[in-house]
Design a protein around this ligand. Structure first.
Ligand code: DX5
Ligand code: ZN
Length: 222
């Protein structure tokens, strides 16, 4: 049986002054909460870090899907696992030894995720799939919410899906960037089974309803 699709709203598009309320507003509708950590170095934008994640962890029972857009993930990523993140994703472009970091994260009790930015080919990483739990393909250039979905990135999704299925791997294939009602179906058809959505969820009048609509489009029971 195929695993049901995951909908992971990104709090990057939420009201940062009311984060606990914003996360509670999607409980019961979302599968994971996507937390975008940016260091103004790996990407030209700065968001939140470990203290916020530690505090927010106490405010909800939803699993945290932490997306680290930072340099030196070896130094920082384990702290997010220790803070109770369900999945910790670091960028392929930010590390020389993704397999070692994935091992460290798993040993710290989290799932390990590898992210591939817009301009990075996935080919060199296909052989590493058995070492990770999630593979995130950026469908925009990492750094900012509210950007336009780039359909050409779906070739990478297709390549990863082929390898996951051919080798019978248990890896979630996640897409992030510009995912909304008019783009989520093409991403699902390309083989994604976890969907990050910031603006499409928190820009909506009713975030929980927006999640239900996205889920319907990808055939999830919810
Ligand atoms: C951007 C982040 C995304 C962002 C997506 O670098 O990784 O998670 O929140 O936002 P939307 O859904 O608005 O494109
Ligand atoms: Zn993200």
């Amino acid at each position: 049986m195929e695993p049901s699709p995951i909908i992971a709203p990104s709090i990057l598009a939420a009201d940062f002054a009311r984060l606990a309320d914003e996360v509670r507003a999607i409980e019961g509708a979302a599968d994971w909460v996507h937390v975008d950590v940016m260091d103004n170095h790996f990407v030209p934008n700065l968001t939140i870090g470990l203290p916020v994640v530690q505090s927010l962890r106490k405010a909800t029972s939803l699993p945290f899907d932490v997306h680290l857009m930072i340099t030196d993930p070896e130094r920082w990523a384990p702290g997010y696992a220790e803070a109770g993140a369900y999945n910790v994703t670091f960028h392929a472009e930010a590390t020389d030894d993704p397999v070692a970091l994935a091992k460290t994260l798993r040993a710290a009790g989290a799932k390990a995720g590898l992210a591939i930015d817009r301009d990075t080919s996935v080919d060199a990483y296909l052989d590493l799939l058995p070492h990770v739990d999630t593979l995130l393909i950026m469908t925009i250039k990492a750094g900012f919410g509210g950007q336009k979905f780039l359909p050409e990135t779906l070739d990478k999704v297709r390549a990863v899906r082929r390898r996951i299925d051919a080798d019978g791997l248990e890896v979630r294939l996640e897409v992030d960037g510009g995912i909304a009602a008019d783009t989520i179906e093409q991403a699902a058809e390309a083989g994604a089974d976890a969907f990050v959505a910031g603006t499409a969820v928190y820009g909506a009048q009713d975030p929980a309803e927006a999640i239900r609509k996205l889920r319907e489009l990808v055939g999830g029971a919810g």
